[in-house]
Design a binder for this molecule. Structure first.
Ligand SMILES: [Zn+2]
Length: 386
């Protein structure tokens, strides 16, 4: 396959600085993809998303197939035109969200039959239908249809689930219409079993994809286990193709995964936490709803270069969240996305200069130096919804 191109620009240990070429533009890696579940990155104009430095966004097949429907989006000119995002788009396969959101799921060798969480209507997703939907949406990067193995899973259950996903990867590969600038990524599964991860990565590499994702992590296994699974997988992934860690994560998860050879990330954390009053800073996270911010005129993060930190203070943001004003989620989402993009730009610069290790060490030390206000459990992991 040679749909999307990938150029490796620099290496620093296992960390990689690269560039992906797609039909709708290029993506500098390591890259973070904001999640645009229902054809919108919630609370943000597309122009504002772009202004944070984001070059690619993620759309969710499950949500879009149910509402407004892939055929309708295709008739309206595809997802880029429909949502006014002219840049690259990656769509997930729908598999993860069928498992987490839909009702009455029945999994068979063929695929999944389920009832919509919106209106209870019956739908089927198979590898062929998932690839067709992503084609109609005009996704620059299409993901193979897979089963995200529930966590925890016994080794037998994890092996059965992973091998089903590998058979579905073969069917996804055959169903995918190859076009220049459009790529198909395989997804490694295997739960927390290194030998299953290796088997899965090898099976996908044998099929040959434009990129390789690692799925089924950030589901509750913890950071150390997640890093161990990346290390078990990475040696089996073709080095000349981009690697994408799905649904991850916190800033230090991203820093650590980049140091283990990952190039792409997506996570609902900056957007979803932004809507609940949670702010990311170099010195940990702040909950702007807390009373201690009510008379604090300082910006969210004094080192941040975003328009929100330039023009607004913590006391005002605290007021907006306490008063239930919609500008609160809008401003905080913008800051959090900018913060994540600044992290990625810092990583890219550090790798190119051969000082990734220093960057990672400094980032961890600064984060630990602040008084982190803990996030609610509901924000943990997962690429379900924005
Ligand atoms: Zn800011």
């Amino acid at each position: 396959m040679n749909g999307t191109g990938f150029a490796l620009i620099a290496r620093d240990g296992a960390a990689r600085r690269g560039r992906i070429a797609t039909a709708h533009g290029t993506i500098e890696t390591p890259a973070f993809m904001p999640v645009g579940t229902a054809a919108t990155v919630k609370a943000m104009w597309p122009e504002q998303v772009k202004a944070t430095g984001a070059e690619i966004i993620l759309g969710n097949t499950y949500h879009l197939m149910l509402r407004p429907g892939a055929e309708r989006i295709a008739a309206l000119g595809g997802l880029h035109r429909f949502m006014n995002w002219p840049g690259p788009i990656l769509t997930d396969s729908g598999g993860f969200q069928v498992m987490s959101l839909a009702q009455l799921r029945e999994i068979s060798e063929d695929g999944v039959v389920f009832k919509s969480h919106i209106d209870g209507s019956r739908h089927a997703l198979t590898p062929e239908r998932s690839i067709e939907i992503q084609h109609r949406l005009d996704a620059d990067i299409t993901m193979c249809f897979d089963e995200c193995t529930p966590f925890p899973a016994t080794e037998t259950a994890a092996a059965q689930s992973m091998r089903l996903s590998m058979r579905w990867a073969g069917r996804s590969r055959r169903a995918f219409a190859e076009r220049p600038g459009y790529g198909l990524f395989g997804i490694v599964q295997g739960s927390t079993y290194p030998e299953l991860r290796a088997e899965s990565a090898q099976a996908l590499a044998d099929l040959g994809f434009d990129g390789y994702a690692i799925g089924g992590l950030a589901v509750g296994e913890g950071q150390a286990e997640m890093f161990r699974m990346i290390e078990a997988t990475e040696p089996f992934l073709p080095p000349e193709r981009p690697r994408y860690l799905m649904g991850v994560g916190r800033p230090l998860d991203i820093v650590g995964a980049v140091g283990r050879g990952i190039d792409m990330f997506d996570c609902v954390m900056p957007t979803r936490s932004g809507r609940t009053g949670q702010a990311f800073t170099r010195r940990g996270t702040l909950n702007l709803r807390n009373a201690r911010h009510q008379e604090d005129p300082r910006p969210i993060d004094e080192t941040c270069r975003c328009p929100v930190c330039r023009d607004y203070g913590r006391a005002y943001l605290h007021h907006l969240f306490r008063a239930g004003e919609m500008l609160g989620p809008m401003l905080l989402t913008a800051h959090n996305l900018h913060f994540y993009q600044a992290l990625m730009a810092g990583l890219r610069e550090a790798i190119a200069a051969g000082r990734y290790a220093d960057f990672a060490k400094t980032w961890a030390a600064e984060e630990a130096s602040g008084d982190i206000e803990p996030m609610p459990d509901s924000l943990e992991g997962g690429n379900g919804g924005a």
